[in-house]
Write a protein that binds this ligand. Structure first.
Ligand SMILES: Cc1cc2nc3c(=O)[nH]c(=O)nc-3n(C[C@H](O)[C@H](O)[C@H](O)COP(=O)(O)O)c2cc1C
Length: 336
């Protein structure tokens, strides 16, 4: 039913500018939450898929990756599709427009996306008020909700930690976990914050500001193995509760993408991300859990990440190309 609906809708959505299509779908979900929830069949993860992620009780291991519902416009829909947790954001302290459009490009033949969004954000105040509204009306999802934190483009690198702390403080009581995002390729200088010194400064500041929920860090796949190892160790030494890997890649390899700015996600990211995630699991050596992200288009890739030692998973591009029934299919595939 869900798959059929998406198959009928997809040609119209794929004929539109990708960001406009995205806004339309989330706009409808946000304006008519009751209606959209009403027509969306409930597909919770089947019993047996529960996992503990750094103390968070997830009904299933498959989560919504950051960037898809940045501002929490459709927060109550995701659990109905079978997601075991949801990550909103990236959220910056102040509202900002992000990079010039068009900034999302789809490559359906390769099931790939290149985006150069640059953290367009309503800013933390607007999102916090939206979350407070859901809490006060008793509409909070039953699955854990994480908030992915970023910095404003105009904030100098030396002051980056202050931005992360601002969002951390504003989100107190409104998130089940936080993710420090130092891995988007579209904010100048952001990925340099993955170096040991700047990273530890940010993580220590965030962990000092928020001690009641787990704090994760999200890493890029484009680090050399040695730097990746150092970064993972620095993050764990600072006290993070888990590592999310990976964000989009600057690598290309899909025809037509070479001259586009930004990061590539989707099917072509999978082998590369899996290799990096396998390294992250080895470097973490059981000290903290790892969440695998990158190119999960079906149960096969989901299993590969779990077999590599991941505790949980996240998906963005797969949902765009395969539709909302994907999560239920993955959950069923994992049970089988
Ligand atoms: C259009 C778009 C926007 C994204 N925005 C964010 C973001 O704001 N913060 C973030 O941490 N990751 C963001 N991501 C990265 C995804 O969360 C994910 O790490 C990446 O796309 C790889 O997973 P996938 O192959 O399943 O898409 C974005 C990805 C896409 C395609």
């Amino acid at each position: 039913m869900l798959d059929l609906g998406y198959r009928l809708l997809k040609p119209a959505l794929f004929a539109m500018d990708p960001e406009r299509a995205h806004e339309r779908v989330l706009g409808v979900a946000s304006a008519f939450p009751g209606l959209v929830r009403g027509i969306t069949p409930d597909s919770p993860p089947p019993p047996g898929l529960e996992v503990d992620l750094a103390g968070l009780k997830l009904p299933g291991p498959v989560g919504l990756a950051a960037g898809l519902d940045k501002e929490a416009h459709a927060l109550r829909i995701w659990e109905k599709l079978g997601f075991g947790f949801v990550e909103i954001g990236t959220i910056t302290p102040l509202p900002q427009a992000g990079n010039a459009r068009p900034r999302i490009h789809r490559f359906p033949a390769h099931q790939a996306i290149v985006n150069s969004m640059g953290f367009p954000s309503d800013g933390m105040e607007a999102v916090a008020q939206r979350l407070e509204g859901l809490k006060s009306k008793g509409l909070w999802p039953r699955v854990p909700v994480g908030v992915n934190l970023g910095k404003n483009k105009a904030t100098p690198a030396e002051e980056a930690h202050l931005d992360y702390v601002k969002v951390t403080r504003r989100m107190h009581g409104l998130a089940d976990y936080l993710t420090v995002n130092v891995s988007s390729p579209n904010t100048p200088g952001l990925r340099a914050l993955q170096k040991v010194g700047p990273l530890q400064r940010i993580l220590e500041a965030v962990l000092a500001a928020e001690q009641s929920i787990p704090v994760f860090v999200k890493l890029a796949p484009d680090m050399e193995p040695e730097q990746l190892h150092e970064t993972v160790n620095a993050a764990i030494d600072s006290g993070v509760a888990g590592i999310i890997a990976t964000n989009t890649t600057r690598r290309r390899g899909v025809p037509g993408t070479e001259d586009l700015p930004g990061g590539l996600s989707g099917a072509p990211l999978f082998p590369f991300a899996l290799e990096r995630v396998t390294q992250v699991v080895a470097s973490a050596a059981g000290r903290v859990p790892v969440v695998g992200v990158g190119g999960i288009m079906g149960p096969e890739q989901a299993k590969a990440y779990l077999d590599a030692g991941c505790t949980a998973l996240q998906i963005y591009s797969g949902l765009i190309f395969k539709g909302p029934g994907l999560i239920r299919r993955i959950n069923q595939g994992l049970i089988a």
